[in-house]
Design a protein around this ligand. Sequence first.
Ligand code: ACM
Length: 526
Amino acid sequence: MSRRLTSALASAALITLAAALPADAQSTATPTHASAHASAPKLVPVPVSLHVTSGTYQITAKTKIVVPSGTGLRAASYLASLLRRSTGFPLPIAREGAGIVLDASGGVGQGDEGYRLSVTSDGVLINADTGEGLFRGVQTLRQLLPAKVESHAKQAGPWAVSGVEIEDYPRFAYRGAMLDVARHFFSVKQVKRYIDLAAAYKVNAFHLHLSDDQGWRIAIKSWPRLAKFGGRTAVDGDPGGYYTQADYREIVKYAQQRFITVIPEIDTPGHTNAALASYAKLNCDGKAPKPYTGTDVGFSSLCTGKDITYAFLDDVIRELAKLTPGPYIHIGGDEAHSTKQKDYVKFIGKVQKIVHKYGKSMMGWEEIANAKISQDSVAAHWNPVTGTQEGTEPARSAAKQGVKLIMAPADRAYLDMKYTHKTPLGQDWAGLVEARRAYDWDPAKLITGVGESDVLGVEAPIWTETMKTLSEVEYMAYPRLPGIAEIGWSPASSHSWRGYRSRIAAQGPRWVAGSVSFYRSPQIPF
Ligand code: ACM
């Protein structure tokens, strides 16, 4: 069954369920921190604890960014380039002195991403145990500054930061954004901008959907026609494209500087028409299909019985693993409707061996948990969940096998779902996903049998059948991506639509200043 059919059923059930709930059945509790205080800064994700203090610090032409040790340099240079651009101040990076101090000497004890941030009239101090913690703290500091700090051109001051004490660390280890560069291709420059936008909300994983029926987007030296031929096409006959290995390295490095792990996905055994069209020998009948520029799913399959399929995947995974410092290779595994179930199960087992051979762990869409997989694997739950929990077997099977899950339910976290019937872009097979719907759920309470300790984190995928420009991608991602990022970062006890809606509204002027295209949801008082 195509996901469009499944989804029609799912959304009908969801609408019924929503209608049965009183409007404010979900948490309306106001957290005792952050949003409780009228003058509290409006931060997304909301930190674990925040206390407003007296005093204000002014960033001036004389301010220095101070890093007592080299560990803080990455966070310091990121902050310096951000602040120099909008303030026009020199903001030198120094080893000692006062100003904005980024101190990674430890003592916070809240994991690699934890940090403490304090602002007094004397300066800003961010403490962390690692450079990564400092970087997450820098993203908080950014939101304590006036919205014009996001401008790409010099602005007039003042640049005041109000007194505050923050302690913060993430609820979940994984907060991902996925970009589909296969249905439409996005340049390195566009990808970098999307990474930067996500980094601002403490996203720490960037999943690149590098191959699908409509295009193959990464150069593989041992199989050159994948990119050269399979990379030519895109949906609707739009221009294709692909990343050279140098391009891909550049993306990885750019993400690394922002403490974001790149996860490359080669979708298998389905979603493979671009590869099958590039090499006739990969097909069971030895005949290459025509390139595909439509938007159907589930019609293609690698030939799981042929040895060359595994020689091919060995080459692709070897080359990708070498280019990828992160721990995961994503092998897709979704919607393999043209692969027999018994062949699929065998196939996943074989591919997992190849991933392990090159020192990585396998990530895949939730269907991979229909096979026996090892506990270092990660499965991403994506099918919409209905009140009856129908279709949640793969996710529950993952949890039973001790395999961690990423929660990316299409009816909450897919950024390509339309906000309303009037949204000009996107699809609606998983229903309509307004801002509240994207935010108002708990990853550890979605599926019976999948609890807090089974969940590695959350991901917000964006599929680009209907999107050709980054500005279109942004319009679909904002405001929903920061909402998903908050669900992944902030404590469950802080979850409140009322609090969130006022804090996300305050991001609007930041997006305007940074020329980010976004949907002015009527649910949010922008
Ligand atoms: C998917 O949406 N097929 C993962």
